[in-house]
Design a binder for this molecule. Structure first.
Ligand code: SF4
Length: 360
């Protein structure tokens, strides 16, 4: 990593142009150049290259998905999170019929990709429960992805058999020392176990893997290098797996956590463009944490998947019970409004992607 940091520090405008002109596949050394201070001065050129490459690989399509929070119970203390176990917030684990109601609602809004989200709580959110949640949701959506605790390869295999086709698992912060300071209690303290979990999921036959860092926890450039190295190692081992990279920035939550290393809009855009240029086929994901204006801008540069109309509390789409949300949503447009805006920008909003149509 030190070598990539040195390469970024020493990169010149000529190095950036050479990386942009490169015909063969770009690598992590190119990423360092594309995220250098020199590249920051040339963001418009980098963005144009990223936008063109995204158009060639994905056409003008944006995949829409919705999170469905099934539980906000958690035994971990992640100091930045509104669901951490030592905060007194209203907690709720949805019953299967409540999951069904939420999934039916989202299907009614047009969604065919649903992301099931839960905290980590072996007693209240056991594997059997998650398996059942997948089965229930699968009736309404051909693509069910999980953003839940890490599992063993065998356990992931059970979730694949239940119908899950994707696993999203953010390392949150790649810097190991900082990881220890933010994850103070619970099984999530195990850095290595979490880092290896996407590979265990891939081994189990899951088709889509999502990774990411929670931006704002550590200096962004080094985090971007470490995230890219993680993506690269997964793709080398599991080249058949579709990889997606998310770029969540810290938002307000019940934890009242102030980001110690805030990431500016410009740095976020630079990161998205550099990842596109180095990982041309990866899905790049942006959630409703970001404002409508920024999301409308970033879909033009390299983002290919966005959530819409999101609620971050269990039962948020119409449940009668009250529970705390994980973080504040910034883009509060309805899914229909987001789809309309995408169309106005010249994009085709995709609710169900081609692969499912071919293999589903
Ligand atoms: S980030 Fe996830 S594991 Fe950590 S406290 Fe929040 S819900 Fe629990």
């Amino acid at each position: 990593m030190d070598e990539l940091e040195r390469r970024a520090e020493g990169a010149t405008a000529a190095d950036v142009r050479a990386a942009l002109r490169k015909e063969e596949r770009r690598d992590l050394r190119d990423l360092a150049v594309l995220l250098s201070p020199a590249a920051a001065e040339m963001l418009e050129e980098v963005a144009l290259a990223s936008s063109r490459l995204t158009g060639r690989r994905f056409g003008r399509t944006i995949l829409l998905y919705a999170p469905l929070y099934i539980s906000n119970e958690c035994v971990n203390v992640c100091t930045y999170c509104g669901f951490r176990r030592d905060i007194d917030v209203s907690r709720l684990t949805l019953a299967p019929e409540e999951i069904e109601r939420e999934a039916r609602y989202l299907a009614g809004e047009g969604f065919r990709h649903i992301l099931l989200v839960a905290g980590e709580h072996p007693k209240k959110i056991p594997l059997d429960y998650v398996e059942r949640a997948v089965r229930v949701t699968r009736h309404f959506a051909p693509s069910v992805t999980l953003e839940v605790q890490p599992y063993t390869a065998g356990e992931y295999g059970r979730l694949v058999a239940a119908g899950a086709d994707g696993v999203t698992l953010y390392q949150e912060v790649y810097d190991e020392e900082r990881y220890a300071s933010y994850h103070t209690h619970g099984p999530k303290k195990d850095y290595a176990d979490r880092l290896e979990a996407p590979c265990r999921a891939a081994e189990s036959g899951i088709r889509r893997i999502g990774i990411g860092a929670l931006l704002g926890l550590a200096p962004w450039r080094r985090e971007a290098f470490l995230l890219a190295a993680h993506a690269d190692s997964i793709l080398r081992r599991y080249w058949r797996t579709q990889l997606a990279v998310s770029f969540p920035r810290i938002r307000d939550a019940a934890s009242h956590f102030d980001a110690p290393a805030p990431v500016s809009d410009r740095d976020l855009a630079a990161m998205i463009c550099a990842f596109r240029l180095v990982f041309p086929d990866a899905g790049l994901v942006l959630s409703t944490r970001e404002s409508r204006e920024l999301r409308d801008g970033l879909v033009r540069l390299g983002i290919t998947q966005i959530s819409a109309g999101s609620k971050t509390e269990p039962g948020g789409y119409g449940g009668p019970r009250e529970a705390e949300g994980q973080f504040a949503v910034s883009d509060s447009r309805s899914p229909g409004e987001v789809a309309e805006r995408l169309a106005a920008l010249g994009f085709e909003p995709v609710w169900k992607d081609w692969e499912e149509a071919l293999h589903g």
